[in-house]
Design a protein around this ligand. Structure first.
Ligand SMILES: [Zn+2]
Length: 501
């Protein structure tokens, strides 16, 4: 409970029943940025970070969507928000295919074995096979390319012309026990997907991996002078998971002028995701837990998104579930994804397009300038970051909702100039632990985190009082659900799409 004793006393004095849900009608002063900022403590943020670390322990160090760790985070947020009695809290639950794995390909050489750099294909099934390699003719896009000897063995297939998924399903149809696709250029494929979860019309998928073109051609040369036995081992999980967004809207305030703030609750499978995006989601959670000390003129809604790491799945699911009217009711959307990077920068989404020429819906410029002015006032230099839809604000941009936010940087390297502005180390990633096991509380920069949570609170409090400068009454279209499969969108968050051909 975050209520002060004064408020408790006054609620008793006016005879309100001491039930959380009945606290709401009591009089509260209108929220003010400086007052809200004053009650945001680093100790509370760190407690949330500890909770997330505990959640990750429930599922081998990850909070990937739908895992025990992630479900615990969702419940943590929901329970804390419900306890305030200040919000209408809603879980939006849906089903989504989780697909993660690794592939290993080895060939015995005398007494030891050669390990190939092998990449797994999204949707690829788990399994283990040790058998002779059989070369497939051409590029393995028709059944006729697969010789009879493939049966029970490992098909070695060249990349090109048709989808990886087609080749692997044709290998399965030909009775192969496994398959290896080698690149049609020297290097590795660089991330691949079978494109569809299954292809029953063609054949069953078999355990498969991809290797570089150099390795593939060397194997073919080796096979020309005798049988080469290889081993394909794929560890993978392909399963439908139920997962939830958490939405919390203040019971008070004008619901036709909603101020939204959001962050994602899931991590990647590789790590606990304390900066990405424990920092943003817990930052806005803490704001949401302190806000009930005040009232709001415009309703405030917090969005805690699931499956961001799989291509903004949760936020898109929510935005596309809204009616035209519900979309129009949202005045602004503020996104906080990675705001405690160890080698941080203070980046603001370039809503006015001045630096990256990607301008957001009208009003996005106002949000950027609000953050700019705030940081200037507290003596912190900021720089713009591309407004490219790489995080959960993407679907809001598509819906025409003015958006903005803060970002302290991911895998890109800090420049010399930036190191002069903000300290830290030039030539090192803003977050060297980005999407890794090292994305822990100890590796977060708590100073930057606190500053950014205060900036977030400033924007929320300011817009909750007054939407001056934000265009209102603009009719917006209802967003159609996009038929984009997750692998096309997946890893949009880390800046590269998976190859399907
Ligand atoms: Zn993120």
């Amino acid at each position: 409970m975050k209520f002060t004793s004064t408020l408790l006393l006054s609620s008793l004095a006016i005879g309100a029943v001491a039930e959380p849900t009945d606290w709401f009608p009591i009089w509260r002063p209108l929220v003010q940025s400086n007052q809200l900022r004053r009650v945001l403590y680093r100790t509370n943020l760190l407690k949330h970070a500890d909770a997330l670390a505990e959640h990750a322990k429930l599922s081998d160090g990850t909070r990937a969507f739908g895992s025990k760790g992630h479900n615990a985070t969702v419940e943590y947020i929901q329970k804390k928000l419900e306890k305030t009695g200040y919000y209408d809290v809603e879980l939006q639950t849906f089903k989504y295919l989780f697909s993660e794995g690794t592939a290993n390909f080895t060939v015995p050489t005398g007494t030891t074995e050669k390990h190939y750099v092998t990449e797994w294909f999204t949707y690829g099934p788990a399994g283990s096979v040790k058998a002779p390699l059989v070369a497939v003719s051409d590029v393995g896009c028709t059944a006729a390319n697969f010789p009879a000897e493939v049966k029970g063995n490992i098909a070695l297939i060249k990349r090109g012309t048709c989808e990886f998924g087609m080749k692997i399903a044709l290998a399965g149809a030909a009775g192969a026990a496994g398959a290896v696709i080698y690149n049609n250029a020297d290097g590795p494929v660089g991330g691949g997907t079978l494109g569809q979860p299954s292809r029953p019309e063609t054949g069953p998928y078999v355990p498969a991996g991809s290797i570089s073109g150099v390795d593939g051609n060397a194997l073919l040369a080796q096979m020309a002078s005798g049988t080469v036995t290889g081993s394909v081992v794929v560890k993978a999980v392909n399963e439908d998971r139920y997962t939830s967004n958490v939405l919390a809207t203040t019971k008070g305030g004008d619901k036709k002028n909603v101020v939204m703030a959001g962050g994602h609750t899931d991590s990647v499978p590789a790590g606990p995701g304390i900066n990405d995006d424990g920092s943003g989601s817990m930052g806005i959670l803490e704001i949401a837990l302190q806000l009930p000390k005040w009232s709001v003129k415009n309703a405030v809604r917090f969005g805690f998104w699931t499956a961001e790491e799989y291509g903004l799945v949760g936020s898109e699911h929510w935005v596309t579930s809204l009616s035209k009217e519900q979309v129009s009711d949202i005045a602004v959307y503020l996104n906080f994804d990675m705001i405690a990077s160890p080698n941080f920068g203070y980046f603001l989404y370039d809503g006015d397009g001045s630096a990256f020429n990607l301008t957001g819906p009208k009003g996005s410029d106002h949000i950027e300038h609000l953050f700019e002015d705030y940081f200037k006032e507290v003596g912190i230099k900021t720089a713009p970051t591309a407004f490219d839809g790489r995080s959960d604000y993407g679907p809001f941009l598509t819906a025409g909702i003015p958006s903005g936010g803060i970002f302290t940087g991911a895998e890109k390297l800090k420049t010399e100039e930036e190191a002069k502005w903000w300290g830290g180390r030039a030539g090192i990633a803003y977050d060297p632990n980005y999407h890794k096991a090292g994305d822990t509380k100890d590796n977060c920069n708590v100073g930057a985190w606190v500053e950014n949570v205060k900036a977030a609170a400033h924007a929320i409090a300011t817009y909750a009082r007054d939407l001056n400068g934000i265009p209102r009454g603009v009719a917006r279209p209802k967003l159609a659900k996009k038929q984009i499969s997750h692998d096309q969108r997946r890893h949009s968050a880390c800046g590269h799409a998976l190859n399907s051909i």
